[in-house]
Design a binder for this molecule. Structure first.
Ligand code: SF4
Ligand code: SF4
Length: 368
């Protein structure tokens, strides 16, 4: 395993971490957490020391699964735990304090290493965390009392918006989705966060499983004998800008496969990144890259979010439910607003991929 410094925190974290949202329901539903906890333990044995979770993941069981594994891991080496608090489960600083205490209790910890303001989708939401007596203030107080070490945020904002807040000086790390499909869209934000000295945690490095399950689409990522998943992870963690990638694991075998990405890792060169970017406009030319060039709709349709979600329709070969889930769970928007498109055509003129945006919006609207 390779370890990198997490921003300016002084903590060394494994370049391959663990996300805690892909445990299989059938393995935890009966309350016996032994099987999913074994996945966490396997990751730890393989050198993973960054464990990310959140209240709510896996039907509120993810933190409990981690807690079960941590009982065995304590005293056997350093590991770092990251969890979260969102605007929907905390309205003020006292709520935040309650959430922190609950996470500590559930995982059997005395302190949380990284505490995240969870899922700022827009600049407005980002600022909501910072309001007087809000979540950030609650986290700050908990930090003074040594209940948490570092305050971070997770976000789905565009690279441009992330760049606007990277230098706030309020956070020590950021968690954001970054993979072979959206990397161009997020690049600016990641570069700004890295330059500002934040630790950069990469969630969704395999595009929610889309990359390994579409080998034809993503064959350009494959390197040598490495599997597509390992190649896709290497693409992320070989970049200086990324501190730790946190794929989720559903089995011990997936852990064993993913940690291979930290073997024989060579730093990404400028030429390699440019070559990958070229593939976005060739092999992936039917996909929205999330570049946001189209994002000035006169009737305020958030086109990049809708079109990025539509990628799931293409990659799943026609499953509109995946698009609806993406819109609801990832972006938090009601896809029926696609019906407000007046077909003025402005966005199609601006689209870097020359996508049939109006047609795709009509298909999304028809699904509601
Ligand atoms: S075509 Fe539709 S989505 Fe595109 S800019 Fe015009 S109204 Fe907005
Ligand atoms: S629809 Fe086109 S311009 Fe808009 S974000 Fe996607 S690829 Fe970029």
């Amino acid at each position: 395993m390779i370890y990198k410094m997490f921003g300016k925190t002084g903590k060394m974290v494994s370049v391959i971490g663990m996300g805690g949202m892909r445990f299989k329901k059938e393995e935890y539903a009966d309350g016996n957490l032994e099987k999913p906890a074994a996945i966490v333990l396997r990751a730890f044995e393989q050198g993973v020391n960054y464990f990310d979770t959140a209240p709510g993941y896996c039907d509120n069981t993810s933190e409990r699964i981690y807690g079960e594994a941590f009982k065995t891991m304590k005293g056997k080496g350093t590991f770092h735990v990251s969890t979260k608090c969102g605007l929907w489960n905390a309205k003020n600083s006292s709520d935040t304090r309650r959430m922190i205490e609950k996470s500590l209790q559930t995982m059997g910890l005395e302190k949380l290493d990284f505490y995240n303001m969870w899922c700022a989708k827009t600049l407005e939401e980002y600022r909501e965390f910072l309001k007087k007596d809000g979540i950030y203030e609650g986290a700050l107080q908990a930090q003074r009392e040594h209940l948490i070490d570092h305050i971070c945020f997770t976000t789905h904002m565009s690279g441009e918006d992330i760049a606007k807040v990277a230098n706030d000086g309020l956070y020590e790390g950021v968690t954001l989705g970054y993979n072979a499909v959206n990397f161009a869209y997020r690049q600016k934000g990641i570069e700004a966060c890295h330059a500002a000295g934040l630790g950069v945690v990469i969630m969704n490095p395999l595009g929610g499983g889309i990359i390994p399950s579409n080998p034809d689409y993503f064959s350009f990522l494959k390197r040598g004998d490495d599997s597509l998943a390992v190649s896709a992870l290497k693409f992320i963690i070989s970049q200086d800008l990324a501190t730790v990638a946190i794929p989720g694991y559903s089995s011990v075998a997936e852990v064993d496969e993913n940690v291979k990405a930290a073997e024989n890792l060579r730093p990404a060169t400028k030429g390699y990144l440019e070559e990958m970017a070229t593939h976005l406009t060739t092999e992936l030319n039917a996909l929205c890259t999330g570049c946001s060039y189209c994002d000035s709709c006169p009737v305020d349709i958030p086109i990049p979010k809708l079109l990025e979600s539509y990628n799931n329709f293409i990659l799943s070969k026609g499953n509109m439910t995946q698009v609806k889930n993406r819109l609801k769970n990832h972006w938090g928007i009601d896809g029926s607003l696609a019906a407000t498109c007046t077909a003025c055509g402005q966005c199609e003129t601006l689209c870097t991929q020359k996508l049939p945006i109006i047609k795709r919006l009509a298909e999304i609207a028809a699904a509601y």
